[in-house]
Design a protein around this ligand. Structure first.
Ligand code: SIN
Length: 292
């Protein structure tokens, strides 16, 4: 007897996110992918449990959403796979095998680039567990679309059509301030990574839904608004965008795959585990268009 997979898309109880059940990401037909793609636009993030896929299968899955260019941080990529960023606290021969501090402040991926990734595909290879069995290292997603909906009408009207600058240097400084982590910044960094300007309210290319697209620290100005006022507005927008009422918190299991939409949600990797509690994830980011 032939067993036909039945796919179901089950929204979380939160304002974003859905679990896609009944899918083997290593063996995906076009119609199932179409439903996953549609769910991603609709729910902002989708997740899959119990996946057992190879690196090539993860890349192939990510590439169904669009091209996946080599990651900008080649030193932290999986050897032989320039598009696979290793997100991990694991050390081999005394050296970290990937990025150990990825995403530990609220952000949306690579917004300081002219074309931030459309979405990212993160695969859990190892998940940290405390001595009492508690799983650590959750990732929290916040719906910047629901936050936009909740924003006061006068602020929406004031900022409609305006752009904010995104400065990668600002992100590093914000991280230093909030979690005390410093990273050596290369001397030529500011010249290589000039701030880029993106709309304060970003429109989703498929659904047309608007989202707040600013992050405190990383965003340093809003065009046409004096600096003090702009920074206060950025802080206000950011705080709204990450309010707990807009969250879905993912407790990882080994074999989980999450895809998140960088237009409609922000995310935060909770750094509540120690050096000896191994966390190993592979991330592939899918190229995106210029935000509008
Ligand atoms: C990231 O922001 O890309 C990392 C998220 C995570 O490790 O949970």
């Amino acid at each position: 007897m032939q067993v036909v997979e039945s796919v179901s898309i089950v929204p979380t109880a939160a304002v974003l996110g859905a679990e896609v059940r009944g899918v083997d990401l290593g063996n995906l037909d076009d119609e199932t992918f179409r439903r996953i793609d549609e769910a991603l636009s609709r729910y902002g993030m989708v997740f899959f449990r119990k996946q057992d896929i190879t690196v090539d299968q993860q890349i192939a899955f990510a590439r169904r959403f669009g091209d996946a260019a080599p990651n900008v941080n080649q030193q932290a990529c999986l050897p032989g796979y320039p598009e696979v960023l290793v997100v991990s606290n694991v050390k081999e021969n005394g050296r970290l095998i990937g990025v150990s501090d990825a995403g530990i402040t609220w952000h949306t991926d690579q917004s300081a680039y002219p074309r931030p990734p459309r979405c990212s595909v993160l695969y859990a290879k190892e998940v940290p567990v405390a001595d009492d069995g508690t799983v650590l290292g959750d990732t929290i997603f916040s719906s910047a679309a629901a936050a936009y909906d909740a924003l006061a009408a006068d602020i929406k009207a004031r900022l409609e059509g305006k752009r904010a600058s995104h400065d990668y240097m600002g992100r590093l400084l914000a991280r230093e301030k909030s979690v005390g982590l410093t990273r050596t910044i290369p001397a030529d960094h500011a010249a290589k990574m000039p701030p880029v300007w993106h709309p304060v309210f970003r429109t989703h290319p498929v659904t047309g839904r608007k989202s707040i697209y600013v992050t405190e620290g990383e965003c340093t100005a809003i065009e046409g608004i004096p600096e003090d006022e702009a920074l206060a507005l950025i802080a206000q927008l950011h705080q709204l965008a990450v309010e707990p009422r807009f969250h879905y918190r993912h407790r990882w299991q080994r074999g989980d795959v999450i895809v998140w939409d960088n237009c409609t949600c922000q995310h935060l990797a909770v750094r509540d585990y120690g050096e000896d509690q191994r966390r190993l994830m592979y991330r592939v980011s899918v190229d995106g268009a210029v935000p509008f």
